[in-house]
Unconditional design. Structure first.
Length: 162
């Protein structure tokens, strides 16, 4: 697992979403999260990738969000001794949405700064709920926007899943 060298209760999870033919008819989306370096002896224990089946909802932003939602719900992280989960993603949409925009959207009744309904509100509400649920159990959730080239394993897995 990607565990902090000086704090065994802090873990890093890389996430990514991919949508092939984003914005076109019949898009295909996939998600991935990676929480351990590759291990040839246990290849299925370092992360998860899966396809998103409904093309009507398949966009890159939705896939990016679903990758985090799936990862946060995958395990009882606090029950495994973690007090902090850091989600590393190359998605500015997810990082800024979770760290800057969501609270303002909630205060404005899920309207953006122009008074328009927030896109992907269903997933934003689900993501916020899961973050708060995890925090209430003693495990902080934070986000780190990383360069795309640092997210190669999750990116490749999400594309294969799509």
């Amino acid at each position: 697992r990607y565990i902090h060298a000086r704090d065994r209760g802090m873990m890093l999870i890389q996430t990514d979403g991919a949508c092939l033919s984003n914005g076109l008819p019949q898009p295909r989306a996939g998600i991935a999260y990676v929480y351990a370096p590759p291990n040839p002896l246990r290849p299925l224990e370092d992360g998860v990738s899966e396809s998103l089946l409904d093309p009507a909802d398949a966009t890159n932003n939705r896939a990016e969000m679903l990758a985090v939602i799936t990862a946060i719900r995958a395990r009882i992280w606090w029950g495994e001794g973690f007090h902090t989960i850091v989600f590393a993603t190359d998605s500015e949409y997810v990082v800024k949405g979770c760290t800057e925009w969501c609270r303002a959207w909630e205060r404005r009744g899920w309207k953006n700064s122009r008074g328009q309904p927030v896109k992907n509100r269903d997933l934003w509400e689900e993501l916020v709920w899961n973050i708060e649920w995890t925090r209430h159990r003693g495990c902080e959730v934070s986000f780190w926007q990383i360069p795309r080239e640092w997210n190669g394993k999750a990116d490749a897995a999400a594309k294969i899943a799509a």
